[in-house]
Design a protein around this ligand. Structure first.
Ligand code: 13P
Length: 271
C-alpha cells in the first residue's frame, strides 16, 4: 500500500468538472519486470491535472500485487484488477477475492469484459455477484457492456446492452454515482482496429445513460461515468473523448506502450 496512500480522495466525484477517465486494460500482457519498467517510463510523463483527467491501469493480478509492494507506480495512477471472484472467501481454487484486490491498494475492478463473457463464458448472474461483492469491498466496478456485430446487425443493441445492465445492476443501490463506472465496448471494435463511429458511440452512450437513470435514479444514473472502449488510439481519441456523452476511454492495445498511453492522457487533458 506504500505507493497508494492519498489516492482515496481521487476516487470520488469522477464525473465532476467534465473529468475524463483514461483507463488502460493490459489484458494478459506484462510480467512483473515489464510492468515495473512500464511505470518507470510513464513516471517521466507530465502528470495530468487532477481535476481534468483520472488515470487507471488494470494490470494482471501478479503484476498488480508486485506493483503495490514496490511503490513504483506514480501517485497520479490508480490501479485496478481485470477480474474478481464472485465470492467473498472460501474454497474457490484459482480465484481472487475483492478484499485481496483491495489489499493491494487497487481501487477499481473490471467486471464483465467481453473477453470474459465471450471467451471464458462468464454468465450474467456470476457478473452480478462479482459486482455486488466488489461494491461491498469498496472497489469501484467498471462494468463492461457491448453487443457483437451479429447482435448489432439484428437491431438488438438495446436488448443486449440493457439486458447486461439489468442483470448486473439488479437490486443494486448506490449512494453516489462515483461508486460505479460503465464501459461501452462493442465487441466488434475490440482489438480489430475498427472503432465505432462517433454517431454509433453517441447513440449507444445516450441509450446507456437513459437506462442507468431508470435503474439507479436520475441523479445517480446521471453521474455514473460512461467510457468508450474498442480500438482507441492516439489518432482517434481526441474526437472520441471530445464527444459530449463520453467520459473517457478504456484502452487495450494502445495502453501497452507508456509513450502511447501518455499521449492518450495528454489528449484527454486537452479535450
Ligand atoms: P483495444 O483497445 O485493444 O481494442 O481493446 C479494448 C478493450 O478491450 C479494453 O478493455
Amino acid at each position: 500500500m506504500k505507493s497508494h496512500s492519498g489516492r482515496g480522495s481521487q476516487m470520488s466525484r469522477q464525473k465532476e468538472n467534465n473529468m475524463k477517465i483514461v483507463a488502460g486494460n493490459w489484458k494478459m500482457f506484462k510480467t512483473i519486470e515489464e510492468a515495473r519498467t512500464y511505470f518507470a517510463e510513464l513516471a517521466s510523463a507530465t502528470p495530468p491535472q487532477a481535476d481534468k483527467v483520472r488515470v487507471i491501469v488494470f494490470p494482471n493480478y501478479i503484476a498488480l500485487g508486485a506493483l503495490a509492494e514496490t511503490g513504483s507506480v506514480p501517485a497520479w495512477v490508480l490501479l485496478g484488477a481485470q477480474d474478481v471472484a464472485a465470492e467473498v472467501e472460501g474454497a474457490f481454487t484459482g480465484e481472487v477475492s475483492p478484499a485481496m484486490i483491495r489489499s493491494t491498494g487497487a481501487t477499481h475492478v473490471l467486471i464483465g469484459h467481453s473477453e470474459r463473457r465471450h471467451i471464458i463464458g462468464e454468465s450474467t448472474v456470476l457478473l452480478h455477484r462479482k459486482l455486488v461483492n466488489s461494491l461491498e469491498a469498496s472497489l469501484i466496478p467498471v462494468l463492461c457492456v457491448g453487443e457483437t456485430l451479429e447482435e448489432r446487425n439484428a437491431g438488438k443493441i438495446e436488448e443486449v446492452v440493457f439486458g447486461q445492465l439489468d442483470t448486473a445492476l439488479s437490486d443494486v443501490r448506490l449512494s453516489d454515482g462515483a461508486q460505479l463506472i460503465v464501459a461501452y465496448e462493442p465487441v466488434w471494435a475490440i482489438g480489430t482496429g475498427v472503432n465505432a463511429t462517433n454517431e454509433q458511440i453517441e447513440q449507444a452512450h445516450h441509450l446507456i445513460r437513459e437506462h442507468l437513470k431508470q435503474l439507479l435514479g436520475t441523479a445517480i444514473g446521471g453521474s455514473v461515468a460512461i467510457l468508450y472502449g474498442g480500438s482507441v488510439k492516439p489518432a482517434n481519441f481526441a474526437s472520441i473523448a471530445g464527444l459530449p456523452s463520453v467520459d473517457g476511454g478504456l484502452i487495450g492495445g494502445a495502453s501497452l506502450k507508456p509513450s502511447a498511453f501518455a499521449e492518450l492522457i495528454e489528449i484527454a487533458e486537452q479535450v
